[in-house]
Design a protein around this ligand. Structure first.
Ligand code: G3P
Length: 217
């Protein structure tokens, strides 16, 4: 499973990228707004921190305008993936981006039918929003399972990028469901390392080791 960070905080990204466990980054207009920085500048900086895919989302809602914006975003760096909303206009842009060899991430996916259309359009990634479906009283993880089944049935190349992740349990459940990638808020990424029994066990090991009076070096 590829693990992406869902962030525009470059300082945090640099810190977590140093683990060697960050495969890429996703951004969206809300995260760009939260950064308080010019979009093109922050995307270029992120592309210099990670070698993997960096999703940069268009703001246009009509196909031709999406194409113009997406071509500009794709020109920032080779690892830019152009993110478009899962609408008829967005998928129209994906069909053309695919022809031009520009990688795409189709976002705001909330149904298996939408994911089917994204794959038919040639999307590189599709981003089903687990947390927002859960927030809406639906079962977000069942969508991942359904998309996995459909994509395997027809051998679609589109990768399932589990998004709107809220907890480490979302990450593990998405992995069990067969998502190719998960995009994770930094705090949730850090929680993936943690378990109280690990802390307890380590404390005991260190305490018992100290009693030996030994040193390995
Ligand atoms: O950036 C894509 C997605 O992960 C955002 O989801 O619900 O956390 O805004 P959310």
């Amino acid at each position: 499973m590829q693990l992406f960070l869902d962030t525009t905080d470059v300082a945090v990204l640099k810190d977590l990228a140093a683990t060697g466990l960050v495969d890429g980054v996703t951004t969206n207009p809300t995260l760009i707004a939260q950064s308080g920085r010019p979009m093109l500048e922050v995307i270029a900086e992120i592309c210099g921190v990670v070698e993997g895919p960096v999703s940069a989302e268009v703001a246009a809602i009509e196909t031709e305008a999406m194409l113009a914006e997406g071509r500009k975003l794709a020109a920032i760096a080779p690892n830019v993936v152009v993110k478009v909303p899962l609408t008829r206009a967005g998928l129209g842009a994906v069909v053309e981006f695919t022809r031009e060899g520009i990688q795409t991430n189709v976002t705001l996916c909330f149904s298996a039918a939408q994911a089917l259309m994204a794959a038919k359009a040639g999307a590189t990634f599709v981003s089903p929003f687990i947390g927002r479906l859960d927030d809406h009283g639906a079962d977000g993880m069942s969508l991942i399972h359904d998309i996995r089944t459909i994509y395997d049935n027809y051998d679609f190349d589109t990768e399932i990028l589990a998004a709107s992740i809220r907890t480490s349990a979302h990450v593990t459940a998405a992995a069990i469901a067969g998502a190719d990638c998960a995009t994770i808020p930094p705090a949730t990424f850090l929680s993936l390392f943690k378990h109280p029994l690990t802390d307890k066990g380590l404390d005991q090991f260190l305490s018992d080791w100290a009693k030996t009076g030994q040193s390995i070096l």
